[in-house]
Write a protein that binds this ligand. Structure first.
Ligand code: AMP
Length: 413
């Protein structure tokens, strides 16, 4: 199978990228008038068939950066279609979102896509694969499953994308990814997108990519430019009350409240829901069934859910432009995850605000976050309320009164 060969000129605007008339027209229709920096950097290289490592955070338009060249180079003459491009994503939600963006970019072109992820009956996916598709998006586990069952044919693949590669390695997908890459044709184009480039990613790239071009758009300060970030130092037992006050004060258009564990997420959700103060509350975490997660994401996207209590399962990639507030009810274990969580707001240059509830023991973790984003979080006004309750009018900075010495010791002195 051959790819459509695309010539390129200097890539600055979409018009200057020599895109097909159908793609150019569709981009205008969907309101993509100017490429984002990652698109301006990546699309021309991808069209020239280079292997590319794109370091970019989510919300910068990176999906279109790899999807546009793939769509442009697909061979649509083969019938029935066989998979030509495979995109691996760390979570089901992200895979679904990537597929939706591809369909949007394909516009009226008749491109068949198939999304493979666990938690859904494999039969439906097999039927869809059999019907023929050009582009497959999937999570590594389910893709392996299909490879083992021989229901996914990869011999005509000419492009593999590893989206959110650092996250895929974090959650232990490395062996699966390597297995998949080994089964794909050697002569292929590989694109790797990652917010960070730790040594494991570079090792993977060295092993499975051919002379990759590196483009870096991970502006660490980006988050501090468009997202106002605050913290409140609050003891664990006061967190819930402060969260309620915060939500009442802020009245977010839509918000995600992040918790660290699945159990903690479920508990907080129930408390908020039963509290009755907020009506449009939902939750999403890994203990829910896939259909329940899908329903919840749909409601959140449609704006029917205003407050989503979630684990880091939605910490990456999820793109909903109305999210005005991110609240870290529990700060993340890894400071890198902080960047991803707050990146759910301020999408495509919109304004956003992030609050983190930090317990007195988590000072070091707060510092680590500040070092990662290279900026200091501001103290929120609610800190006064917390301090008032905590210290009941006592100045916390005043020296503590000397402890009374019990009389029998005093006698001994
Ligand atoms: P991503 O980083 O791929 O999750 O994209 C973030 C959001 O930006 C998505 O809603 C895209 O539809 C949107 N987007 C991507 N590229 C452009 C562009 N060139 N112009 C306007 N919106 C874009």
């Amino acid at each position: 199978m051959t790819k459509r060969v695309v010539k390129r000129k200097q890539a600055l605007s979409f018009q200057q990228m020599d895109l097909s008339p159908a793609m150019a027209k569709n981009l205008v229709e969907i309101g993509y008038h100017k490429p984002t920096p990652i698109q301006a950097g990546l699309i021309p290289l991808a069209l020239e068939e280079w292997d590319v490592i794109g370091q970019a955070r989510t919300g910068t338009g990176k999906t279109a950066a790899f999807a546009i060249p793939i769509l442009e180079m697909l061979d649509l003459n083969v019938r029935p279609p066989r998979p030509q491009a495979l995109i691996l994503a760390p979570t089901r939600e992200l895979a679904v979102q990537v597929e939706a963006e591809i369909k949007r970019l394909a516009g009226r072109q008749r491109i068949n896509t198939c999304c493979l992820y666990g938690g859904k009956p494999i039969r439906q996916q097999i039927t869809r694969l059999r019907a023929g598709c050009h582009i497959v998006v999937g999570t590594p586990g389910r893709v392996i499953d299909h490879l083992n069952r021989k229901t996914l044919d990869v011999k005509d693949l000419w492009c593999v994308v590893l989206d959110e590669a650092d996250r895929m390695l974090d959650i232990g997908f490395r062996p699966d990814i390597e297995r998949i890459l080994r089964r794909c044709p050697d002569e292929r184009q590989t694109m790797l997108l990652s917010a960070t480039l730790p040594p494991e990613i570079l090792a993977l790239a060295k092993r499975y990519m051919y002379r990759p071009k590196l483009i870096n758009f991970s502006n660490k300060n980006l988050s501090s430019e468009t997202i106002e970030q605050f913290y409140i130092n609050v003891p664990g037992e006061m967190k819930y009350d402060i969260l309620v006050r915060l939500l009442e004060r802020e009245k977010p258009e839509q918000s995600i409240v992040f918790c660290r564990t699945k159990l903690g997420t479920e508990k907080l959700y129930r408390k908020l829901f039963k509290g009755g103060v907020f009506t449009a509350v939902g939750t999403i975490h890994g203990d829910m069934t896939q259909p329940a997660r899908d329903r919840m994401m749909k409601k959140f996207r449609e704006g029917k859910i205003k407050i989503l209590v979630a684990t880091d399962v939605v910490g990456r990639g999820i793109d909903i432009s109305n999210i005005s507030h991110i609240i870290n009810y529990d700060i993340p274990e890894l400071s890198e995850d902080y960047v991803h969580r707050v990146g759910r707001t301020a999408r495509m240059g919109k304004q956003g605000v992030a609050y983190s509830l930090v317990t007195p023991e988590q000072g070091d973790a707060l510092t680590a976050i500040e070092q990662t984003i290279n900026c200091q979080l501001k103290r929120d006004e609610l800190q006064k309320v917390v301090d008032e309750i905590r210290f009941q009018g006592r100045d916390p900075k005043a020296p503590k009164p000397a402890k009374k010495i019990k009389s029998r010791y005093r006698r001994a002195l």
